[in-house]
Every structure is written in structure tokens, then in C-alpha cells.
Design a protein around this ligand. Structure first.
Ligand code: DOR
Ligand code: ZN
Length: 358
């Protein structure tokens, strides 16, 4: 029996064909690391919103154009991939440069990192009044602001930083800038889910693969597991369940942004380990597992391939990707080889029987 381009035997769907997916939040890095991780995304994803937190950050339209060229030059022969570029918002960002980069079609969003919130966020925003002009220009032209939604105030508990950010920063910015289109990136809390639901078409939320799988116990109980440490840090189980409900709901405001963020193992397995989970390699298989568990395989395509494109006002991708559930677990490498050493691939902690076949 065929069901929405999936095959059901009895009540169990074992094969599903989706429009080729988009990753609406991805770290590709640069140089040898870019070379190592790009094929892992390009194998399954047609496009990705590429994060600008390089060292130094990608601030101007010219820097984004040069970075895009480096990404395309790193793409292996025969692979196709469209990097959707972003600019890193600083207090010195020029609204006219942003507008020109958007008008040319090069830049699809501007990324707001509160200074100190995460990896390479030192050049981010401290005084939000200083970026008012840029935000108003963006509202005028409909260019989305991607937001790392955590306060960096050391007095705020790390598990509360997302919820506090909504009240202290995000909601005031949105109220002060009518028409500003915002993506609340990698939401990790029920508060984040509820806030995204409170918006109309001007507010979206990305959800990562790993936040649908792990809660904070996975990081901390029975030993500290640095490869599960990312920012925003995974929260308690009730929050993971809220994220799952949002992701599988089909609600167009929620879409996939993996936040796949490679760091070499020696910097993860460290006294002060870097934040980031590397999920590009196995995201589609893991997501099929999660959506099947939730009885929502028929909504996987909305999450990975439709809602994000619609938010960014992009045409849906033309090609397809097929996943098949087999009797044997899918295998992927434990690590890929990055320039500065191996990078551990996210281990969901359970066998995954969904194989990407084409
Ligand atoms: O876990 C994370 N890693 N969160 C971020 O916000 C940044 C990212 C990175 O660039 O490594
Ligand atoms: Zn990120």
C-alpha cells in the first residue's frame, strides 16, 4: 500500500521518499575542517543556512561572498550543494552593506550572537541599542534575523539562559522592531517552543537532531560525556518532550536546523571542552527513527524539507531522498577525519534501522 510516497506493509511504514532536505543551521568552518565536513552535509542536504562564526567572523557582504566561494571550491566533484550565507551581526555592522548583500541574493539572514554566549561569539552584540538601525533596515526588507537565544550574564544559571533571553532580549527586540522576521535557533526548552508558537508568520524556530534525542542526564549522569555537550545545553526531559511534540507537529513555524558543529576530539575531550555535536552524517536516519517513534513519519518532510524553505521564502528543492527501514542497523563511522584530528559523529545511543538509500 502506498501512503504519501511512503510504503506501508500492514501498519508499518518501511520506506519513505522526501523532498531533498534543507539544514537551516549549520557550521561548516573553513580550511581543512570545511573540506572534511562539507560532504557529510552535501550527501543528503540540498542547501544549508551557513553560520558565520568563523575566526574572524563573516561580517560583510564581501566576506560572505569569499566564504561562499571557499565552500563551493571545497565541494567534491559530482556533489551539489547550495550554501545560503549569513552575516555575523556586530555593533559596527553597516545596514547598507547588509541590505546590498541581501538584495544581491547572496545573504539570506543575519546572525545575532549575544557576546560571550557561545563558540566565537566574542565579536557579538553587547549593547542591543547599537544594532537598532540594522534591525530596522532588516525589518524593512524582510531579511530574517537568526538568534542564538541565550543570555551570557554569568549570574544566570546555564539551564535558564534561554528562557531569560526570551524575556530580557528577544521579546523586547521584537516589540521594538515591528515586522522583523526572526528565527529562534536551536530551541531547547518548553518556553522556547511556546514563544515560537506565540508568533505569527514572522517567527520561526529551528530544532536540532540531538536535542530531540538527549536530555541533560545523557551529558552528566554516570560520567561526563563531552560529545553531548553543546550550546544551548540540553535541558531536562520535559523540555525534550516539548521539542519532540513541536518538531513532529507539522506546524510550519518549526523546522530542522541541525547546528551540526564539528570540533576536533582533542578539544571536546578536554578540561574545558568545546560546545557542539556533529550530526551532519547521521541526522536523516536519526530523525526518521524519532519521527517513527512519535508516529509522525508522514510529517518528517514538513520538518526537514518544507517548513524551513517556506520561512526563508525559498522554492522547495527539486530532488528527493529515500529512507528505508531495514532489519540491520545503519552504520556510519564513529569519527570522520578533520584537518586538526578526528571529529566524533553523534551517537544517538540506540540502533537506528533507517538507511538513506538515495
Ligand atoms: O554547540 C554549539 N556549537 N552551539 C553554538 O552555538 C555554536 C556551535 C559551534 O560553533 O561550535
Ligand atoms: Zn550553531
Amino acid at each position: 500500500m502506498e501512503s504519501r510516497r511512503g510504503t506501508r506493509y500492514g501498519r508499518t511504514m518501511t520506506r519513505i521518499t522526501l523532498r531533498r532536505p534543507d539544514d537551516m543551521h549549520l557550521h561548516l568552518r573553513d580550511g581543512a575542517m570545511l573540506q572534511a565536513v562539507l560532504p557529510e552535509s552535501a550527501r543528503h542536504f540540498a542547501r544549508a543556512i551557513v553560520m558565520p562564526n568563523l575566526v574572524p567572523p563573516v561580517v560583510t557582504g564581501a566576506e560572505a561572498a569569499a566564504y561562499r566561494d571557499r565552500i563551493l571550491a571545497a565541494l567534491p566533484e559530482g556533489m551539489r550543494f547550495d550554501p545560503l550565507m549569513t552575516l555575523y551581526l556586530t555593533e559596527a555592522t553597516d545596514p547598507e552593506d547588509v541590505a546590498a548583500a541581501a538584495a544581491s541574493g547572496l545573504v539570506k539572514a543575519v546572525k545575532l550572537y549575544p557576546a560571550g554566549a557561545t563558540t566565537n561569539s566574542q565579536s557579538g552584540v553587547r549593547d542591543f541599542d547599537k544594532v537598532r538601525g540594522v534591525l530596522e533596515r532588516m525589518a524593512g526588507i524582510g531579511l530574517p534575523l537568526c538568534v542564538h537565544g541565550e543570555v551570557s550574564d554569568p549570574a544566570v544559571d546555564i539551564f535558564d539562559r534561554e528562557a531569560v533571553f526570551i524575556d530580557r532580549v528577544l521579546d523586547p527586540i521584537r516589540r521594538a522592531t515591528p515586522g522583523l522576521r526572526v528565527v529562534m535557533e536551536h530551541i531547547t526548552t518548553r518556553e522556547g517552543v511556546d514563544y515560537v508558537r506565540s508568533g505569527s508568520g514572522d517567527l520561526g524556530g529551528t530544532i536540532t537532531t540531538h536535542h530531540l534525542v538527549i536530555n541533560r542526564n545523557h551529558i552528566l549522569a554516570g560520567g561526563i560525556r563531552p560529545h553531548y555537550y553543546c550550546l544551548p545545553v540540553a535541558k531536562r526531559e520535559t523540555h525534550r518532550l516539548a521539542l519532540r511534540a513541536a518538531a513532529v507537529s507539522g506546524d510550519p513555524r518549526f523546522f530542522l536546523g541541525t547546528d551540526s558543529a564539528p570540533h576536533p576530539d582533542h578539544l571536546k575531550e578536554h578540561a574545558c571542552g568545546c560546545a557542539g555535536c556533529f550530526t551532519a552524517t547521521n541526522t536523516m536516519s536519526v530523525l526518521a527513527h524519532v519521527f517513527e517513534e512519535e508516529g509522525a513519519l508522514d510529517r518528517l518532510e514538513a520538518f526537514t524539507s518544507a517548513n524551513g524553505a517556506a520561512f526563508y521564502r525559498l522554492a522547495p528543492n527539486g530532488g528527493t531522498i529515500t529512507l528505508e527501514k531495514r532489519g540491520s542497523a545503519a552504520v556510519w563511522p564513529d569519527k570522520i577525519t578533520g584537518g586538526a584530528g578526528p571529529v566524533t559523529v553523534f551517537n544517538p545511543g540506540f540502533p537506528v534501522y533507517w538507511h538513506v538509500t538515495t
